[in-house]
Structure formats: C-alpha cells, structure tokens
Design a protein around this ligand. Structure first.
Ligand SMILES: Nc1nc2c(ncn2[C@@H]2O[C@H](COP(=O)(O)OP(=O)(O)OP(=O)(O)O)[C@@H](O)[C@H]2O)c(=O)[nH]1
Ligand SMILES: [Mg+2]
Length: 301
C-alpha cells in the first residue's frame, strides 16, 4: 500500500447553514450519540458544539453551529458570530441546505457571508427523503452549474441515507494529521452544558410562539449521592411573567412534563438514576444583556 492510503487523516469540519436545515441532526447521526439539541423550530442551536467521529483511518472533528439568520436581539448576533468564527478556523465547511426547499434566498444569504473565505466547501443537500428523485437531480444540476462548491452530496440525516458516502467524502478532503481527541471522547462539551441542552430541547418541543426563544437553562449543581443518584438543580430563565406562567403550567403540569422527559433522557445518556429539580425565573430582556447572555448561554466555556 502507498503512504497516502495508510496515513491517518484528521481535521475540523463545521456544519453551516440557515436554521432548521438539519445540522444538529447530522452531527448526532455522525457521532452516533445525541449531543446537540434538535427541534422542528428554527434557532435551536446557540453554541458551537463539537462532535468527534472516530474512524479506523482518521478522525473528523465536527463543529455544529447556530443557524445563520437575520438578527434581532444581541443573543442572535452572538449566535451568528459564533458560526462565522468557524469559517477560517476549519479545514472544511459543510454547507447544509434543506433540499425540499431548493437553494432558497436564505441559503443565498448564508453563501454571501462566505465571500472571500477560501476554506473548501462541500454542499450537503439534506432531507432528500422529502424530495422526488427528478426534482433532486434538477437541484444538483443547477448547483453544479454554479460551481460554488468542491463537491455536492445528497443525504437524509433523519433516515441515515448517504451518511457513509458523506464520511468518506469528508475524509478525502482532510489533511494528514494527529488524533486530536482520545477515542473515548466524542465531545468537549461539559456535563452541565449537555444536561442544560437536554432540558432546553424538551422546553422548545413542548412550548410555542415566543417561549422557546426566550428560554435559557442553567445547570446550577450536579451532585452524586452515596446511593448513586445524580441530583441536578437547574434554573429555567424566561423574559416575562407570562412566559414563566406557561412554563410552570396549570398546577405545574408543564414543568412536570418537561422535567420528566428531560430526566429520562439524562438517565439514559449518563446511565444513572436522576433526580431533577427545576426552578423558573424571570430576567427581563436577558437576550439583550451581555452579562446574562454570557451567564446563560456560554456558561460552559
Ligand atoms: N424529513 C427530514 N427531516 C429532517 C432531516 N434532518 C433533519 N430533519 C428535521 O429538521 C428539523 C430541524 O433539525 P435540526 O437538526 O434541529 O436543524 P438545525 O439545522 O440544527 O437547526 P438550528 O439549530 O435551528 O440552526 C428537525 O425537525 C429534524 O427532525 C432529514 O434528513 N429529513
Ligand atoms: Mg441545530
């Protein structure tokens, strides 16, 4: 075998795209572990989230990012800045679109933000389970003609379709390099952050209108008792009393539901019995306050 075939390859690849195209779903699929929160509502991801794919011949360090969108609060601007910050830091940009919507105006906007960025770009057409074959071929043809991307690949993150080909393709574009993370490590996120995101995901999926966007979750304390129970105290922040009311629900029903769903997932994830205490607090317009944004969203850094 030649040297090129045996060399260990490694590098960073960021998942970039407008909100809701399936970046976090793809990260979780490729890492084969649920790390990032996923939801049908846009703007779910708020941080850069690392997921490591360990392969016999290499290591792919994926960086999930917040969906790129027009910003209206300070929080939104910080989120989008986090996505931009990866452009020149990674070996590869994985540009995701929702193929069932074609290459939309929002995707064009994302593309514009990459003007002058020389990092290699692969276009991933996700959600092909929703697209008739002929339509997909048309979209691939159209994008090929624009010659903006090094490669174009169709996948379905949800149905796990095309993921092996995607992994091979990513590896092809990564340089020879070291093993950045030990094989036992699939993320550099703290336990507190992962727990907070599980709780936030349940809230996003259980609530509506502005509530999901106004919520932040901070894990205050995690303690294992002598009898092997993980006791977790977490605070859910909202911006208004009305939102707090919704989160608590009638006779505490909403908080109970969110708590129960989150507890079950945390128990599965960490293979330990969990006791979860949730508190709800109001911090008026926290999304426009630098200090609160740092405390509530980047507390794990
Ligand atoms: N049908 C279908 N749905 C998908 C696929 N991939 C993701 N989804 C759905 O798309 C929605 C958004 O998925 P996310 O992974 O949260 O999207 P995201 O790009 O991380 O979104 P933000 O974090 O808001 O930027 C969820 O409801 C997913 O189940 C796919 O391949 N097919
Ligand atoms: Mg996401």
């Amino acid at each position: 075998m030649s040297k090129a075939e045996t060399a260990f390859k490694s590098g960073y690849a960021s998942l970039i795209g407008r909100p809701n195209v399936g970046k976090s779903t793809l990260l979780n699929r490729l890492v084969a572990q649920k790390i990032a929160a996923m939801s049908a509502k846009p703007q779910t991801t708020r941080n850069k989230i690392t997921g490591v794919v360990h392969l016999p011949g290499g290591q792919i360090v994926l960086v999930d990012t917040p969906g790129i969108h027009d910003s209206n609060t300070k929080l939104n601007r910080v989120m989008v800045k986090a996505s931009f910050s990866t452009y020149n830091d990674v070996d590869l940009i994985l540009f995701l679109i929702d193929a069932s919507r074609g290459f939309s105006a929002d995707d064009e906007y994302v593309l514009q933000t990459m003007q002058g960025v020389n990092t290699t770009k692969i276009l991933i057409l996700n959600k092909i389970d929703l697209v008739p074959k002929l339509e997909l071929l048309g979209l691939m043809d159209k994008m090929n003609k624009r010659s903006l991307f090094e490669e174009i690949i169709p996948i379905s993150a949800l149905k796990k379709d095309g993921l092996d080909s995607l992994v091979s393709l990513i590896l092809k574009y990564l340089p020879e390099g070291p093993q950045y993370f030990p094989e036992t490590m699939i993320t550099d996120c703290s336990e507190e952050f992962l727990i907070a995101e599980i709780i936030r995901e349940k809230i996003i999926n259980q609530t509506h209108f502005e509530v999901p966007y106004a919520v932040a979750v901070v894990v205050e304390q995690v303690e294992e008792t002598k009898s092997g129970v993980l006791v977790i105290d977490a605070t859910i922040y909202t911006e208004k009393d009305s939102q707090k009311k919704i989160l608590i629900g009638e006779k505490g029903a909403m908080l109970k539901k969110v708590g129960s769903l989150a507890r079950k997932e945390i128990e599965k994830r960490f293979a330990i019995k969990v006791y979860l205490n949730l508190f709800v607090k109001v911090k008026n317009r926290w999304r426009d306050n630098d200090r609160y944004i740092r405390e509530f969203v980047y507390f794990h850094d």
